[in-house]
Design a protein around this ligand. Structure first.
Ligand code: PMP
Length: 447
């Protein structure tokens, strides 16, 4: 399959070689590099992406799910094009802030006030700083193996090799990058997703120093791991008991699991929410919001040399293009009918995978929630990061490359990701995805 991949993508190989000369690994986010070379995109439209070799792919990766509206959605393109003619940056605020903010306030019970950023990393970073400002404490509890962006504390134990991570009950903090100061892991306390006792233990030992618990409502950087009954509820009540701010990282789950994200889907409201990705229909934007008494601390004032609030600055924060994109996406494109459409197709895709895997005798578990889903090629349950050792990444890679060779990008590159069905996908697109999987299932089962 690798030979076939190389034969189909000679121009991508050339582009990769040229780029690697002047751009490390030839990519702008290290996740995007893989061997022998990534497919290089030329353009995308609707449910399809076209590469520089003229291949068309049905795209279920959708830029890590940002494209819940599909590619180049005409309503979104018209809206943003209008704004291009009216100027792209003003220095001054505009009424567009409300156009984008109101639907977020309407969708999340927890969001009384919101501020815009340019990415999910910034949204999580600012929510965390704000929680520290509010509580006057510094430590952060987060789940081992989860991804929360590219800032320093988020890169502690993102996804360490399990054998280097110490015991599950007392994980060793592992820095994902050089350049992270040694002081950073000291303030990061690692719990296990789906294990409320691990959160409680940390709070019992360090409660008075903990500012926030940061958690994804469904863990979408371990493929697709849903919270077990009572997990989010326990975390919510522990946060209350210890006066700790509960932050939901809804960068991936937000507006995708349900109109009001994981908070709505699982009926647990956090204190702060970090958002990005699908809220902007594919334009770069993020947001953090939540309880008014916490958000009101977003201020930058000094009294006698002491800061009285949590700073939030940014040249591109709330830029008109992003605001128009958020407003039109949430008000006009992601309607109730749109949610029915994507949820129905995501279920059809998951059911189809289950049937094909069973017929082929392939060890596979297929999960789906809202517009998203994923296949894990193992019978072992995957419910925390420590179960990740059951995933054979090379086997998964073979599946992924084989699907690309058949004109389907099943999900972003990596077993830790998941597929998204967009509002522009059709039942025929889902059938074509399933046909490609059916065509390789027997070979995978035999491998
Ligand atoms: N949080 C989660 C849960 C994410 O999945 C990501 C990105 N994959 C981020 C934060 C960071 O978002 P961004 O890449 O926009 O900075």
């Amino acid at each position: 399959e690798y030979d076939r991949y190389t034969d189909r993508t000679p121009n991508s190989a050339d582009v990769a070689e040229t780029l690697r000369e002047i751009v490390p690994a030839g990519v702008c986010s290290t996740f995007r590099a893989y061997d022998p070379h990534p497919v290089h995109a030329e353009r995308a439209e609707g449910a399809s992406m076209f590469d520089v070799d003229g291949n068309e792919y049905l795209d279920f990766a959708l830029n890590n799910g940002t494209q819940l509206v599909g590619h180049a959605h005409p309503t979104l393109t018209d809206e943003v094009s209008d704004q291009l003619e009216d100027g792209t940056l003003y220095t001054r605020p505009s009424e567009l802030i409300g156009y984008a903010a109101q639907p977020l306030v309407d969708r999340w019970d927890a969001i009384e006030q919101v501020r815009f950023t340019n990415s999910g990393t910034e949204a999580v970073m600012h929510a965390t700083r704000l929680a520290r400002a509010y509580t006057g404490r510094e430590k952060l509890i987060r789940m081992e193996g989860a991804y929360h962006g590219a800032h320093d504390p988020a890169l502690v134990s993102k996804m360490p090799p399990v054998e280097q991570a110490g015991p599950a009950s007392d994980p060793r903090p592992v820095k994902e990058s050089q350049g992270i100061p040694d002081a950073v892991p000291e303030d990061v306390l690692l719990a296990q997703y789906n294990d409320p006792n691990s959160v409680e233990r940390l709070l019992r030992d360090h409660g008075s120093e903990v500012a926030a618990i940061l958690v994804e409502p469904a863990c979408l950087n371990l493929g697709l791991v849903e919270p077990e009954d009572g997990f989010l509820e326990s975390v919510r009540s522990l946060a209350d008991e210890y006066n700790v701010v509960l932050i939901f990282d809804e960068v991936k789950t937000g507006v995708k699991l349900a109109p009001g994200g994981g908070a709505e889907y699982y009926s647990v409201q956090p204190d702060l929410v970090a958002l990005a990705k699908a809220i902007g229909g594919g334009y770069p934007v993020g947001a953090f919001g939540g309880r008014r008494d916490i958000m009101e601390l977003v201020a930058a004032d000094l009294q006698e040399g002491v800061a009285t609030g949590a700073a939030h600055y940014g040249t591109y924060n709330g830029n008109p293009l992003a605001l128009r994109a958020v407003g039109v996406t949430l008000r006009e494109i992601l309607t109730a009918d749109a949610y029915d459409h994507v949820t129905g197709l995501a279920e059809m895709l998951a059911d189809g995978y289950r049937e094909i895997a069973a017929d082929a005798g392939l060890d596979a578990q297929v999960k789906h929630v809202g517009s998203q889903g994923m296949v894990h090629f193992t019978d072992e349950p995957i419910r925390t990061f420590r179960d990740w050792e059951h995933i054979d990444e090379q086997f998964h890679e073979a599946y992924w490359i084989s699907m690309l060779n058949r004109g389907v990008i099943p999900h972003p590159h990596d077993a830790s990701q998941q597929w998204t069905v967009s509002v522009q996908h059709t039942a025929e697109d889902v059938e074509a995805h399933l046909e490609a999987f059916a065509a390789i299932a027997d070979d995978l089962a035999a491998a």
